[in-house]
Design a protein around this ligand. Structure first.
Ligand SMILES: Nc1ncnc2c1ncn2[C@@H]1O[C@H](COP(=O)(O)OP(=O)(O)OP(=O)(O)O)[C@@H](O)[C@H]1O
Ligand SMILES: [Mg+2]
Length: 407
């Protein structure tokens, strides 16, 4: 029986299903996280053969030492992380336990956006022109070189927080005013266009599953305007000619970064002239329930299929792309606790057969921080074989379903 060490199994919600996937393919799974074992979601707890609570997953040295002491003479055939925050500590532990998989240095190129873009552009692939800048003065110098419009973002950003589009000099001044004049930034050529993902599962550098999602609207807008209900749409037709350049870019990026086995999640831009431009890539699955949209699009279980690929290096899942599947994130109007949900009955009566899952905060629950989490106050999945219909139904969820909060 194989032993798998899983870094992170409590949060986000998807991790429990990956733990269960490993158990389902007949391997023993040992979890590490910072919560007490009794606080683990049931599905995770029931799937684990062992669990270690560490003080923090972010203190790499302490986490590695704790796992080492706990493991004793147990060895691990795989060390896995399905979440951005723990991909590096997992790589460290692979080295410690002599487990196969990507090295620390390789994983760093999926984490450090500067090194990532350097490796991608060194391979002759199109990335936005960019420059690292420290402090306001260097940002203005970089702006002169890169030109407007540009995108200003902190080096270690996530979730589009503190990322700004600047069209003219005064935009840059006010953006710097908002994020503070000190710190490390990336100044990038602003790429106008639509945004997509390219998500894969690979085995030893061979892609065995791929997904393309379409962001509606672009994340920078969806993540900064509260009344919008942002959507991620997993596309049924991933062989569409207008996506071919993105797929080719994706294949090039995986090769340039030496990706081996497991999930990847790449974001890319398609300009109006059709050119595909690299955004960023992570060595993990996409978050915010995109694995669920991928599952609903084909009625499959990629949590388990991933586990088979990761543990045994085999892929037995047969699937057909049956639907486009959108997830629509809802944000309540008002502050405080959810008081009222309107429009749900009408939506269910009108196209409930195209809604595989709904997960909205219940009446009485406190609103989530929509800036911090894309999940916002809940979400609805919609799927349909036809893309235009999927988009139309998703937009109806955006406008006709309304949540209201009050103190
Ligand atoms: N050079 C650029 N040109 C145009 N838009 C950009 C550029 N860089 C970033 N953006 C916008 O900002 C969003 C967030 O940027 P990026 O994905 O690099 O950062 P992030 O903070 O890691 O985001 P997340 O964690 O949400 O994926 C992008 O999805 C895109 O909408
Ligand atoms: Mg991003």
């Amino acid at each position: 029986m194989k032993n798998v060490l899983l870094l992170g199994c409590a949060f986000p919600a998807e991790l429990r299903y990956f733990a269960r996937g490993v158990a389902r393919v007949g391997a023993r799974v040992f979890g590490v996280d910072h919560v007490p074992q009794s606080h683990l979601p049931d599905i995770a707890r029931e799937s684990l053969s062992g669990y270690l609570q560490v003080a923090s997953l972010f203190d790499e040295d302490a986490a590695v030492a704790a796992v080492r002491a706990w493991a004793g003479s147990t060895t691990f055939d795989r060390v896995e992380s399905l979440w951005e925050g723990t991909v590096l500590v997992a790589a460290r532990l692979r080295e410690v336990f002599g487990a196969p998989g990507m090295t620390y240095e390789q994983v760093v190129r999926f984490r450090d956006k500067d090194k990532m873009k350097q490796a991608v552009s060194d391979a002759g692939l199109r990335t936005p022109r960019h420059q690292r800048a420290s402090g306001a003065k260097q940002c203005f110098e970089a702006a002169e070189r890169i030109g407007f419009p540009l995108c200003l973002k902190p080096i270690a950003g996530a979730g589009s927080e503190n990322t700004f589009r600047c069209d003219i000099q005064s935009d840059l001044e006010s953006a710097l005013g908002r994020v503070g004049h000190v710190g490390e930034f990336n100044v990038e050529e602003f790429i106008d266009g639509e945004e997509f993902t390219y998500d894969t599962i690979s085995i030893d550098g061979r892609v065995v599953y791929e997904n393309m999602s379409w962001y509606r609207p672009r994340p920078l807008i969806g993540r900064s305007v509260e009344w919008i209900s942002p959507q991620t749409v997993s596309l049924r037709d991933v062989d569409r000619p207008d996506l071919a350049a993105g797929k080719e870019l994706g294949a090039g990026v995986l090769q340039a970064l030496g990706h081996q086995t497991g999930f990847t999640h790449m974001e890319w831009y398609r300009k109006s002239d059709g050119e595909a431009v690299f955004g960023e890539i992570a060595a993990r699955p996409p978050g915010a329930h995109t694995v669920d949209t991928m599952n609903f699009a084909s009625d499959i279980d990629l949590f388990t299929a991933w586990a088979e690929a990761a543990v045994y290096g085999t892929w037995s899942l047969q699937f057909e792309r049956l639907y486009n599947c959108a997830i629509i994130f809802k944000r309540a109007q008002g502050q405080g606790h959810i008081r009222r949900i309107e429009g749900l009955d009408r939506i269910l009566a009108s196209f409930g057969e195209h809604i595989p899952c709904i997960d909205l905060l219940p009446i009485g629950a406190h609103r989530r921080d929509w800036v911090k989490t894309l999940l916002s106050d809940g979400y609805v999945f919609v799927r349909h074989p036809d893309l235009d219909t999927t988009a139309e139904l998703a937009d109806r969820v955006g406008t006709e379903l309304q949540m209201y909060a009050g103190m």
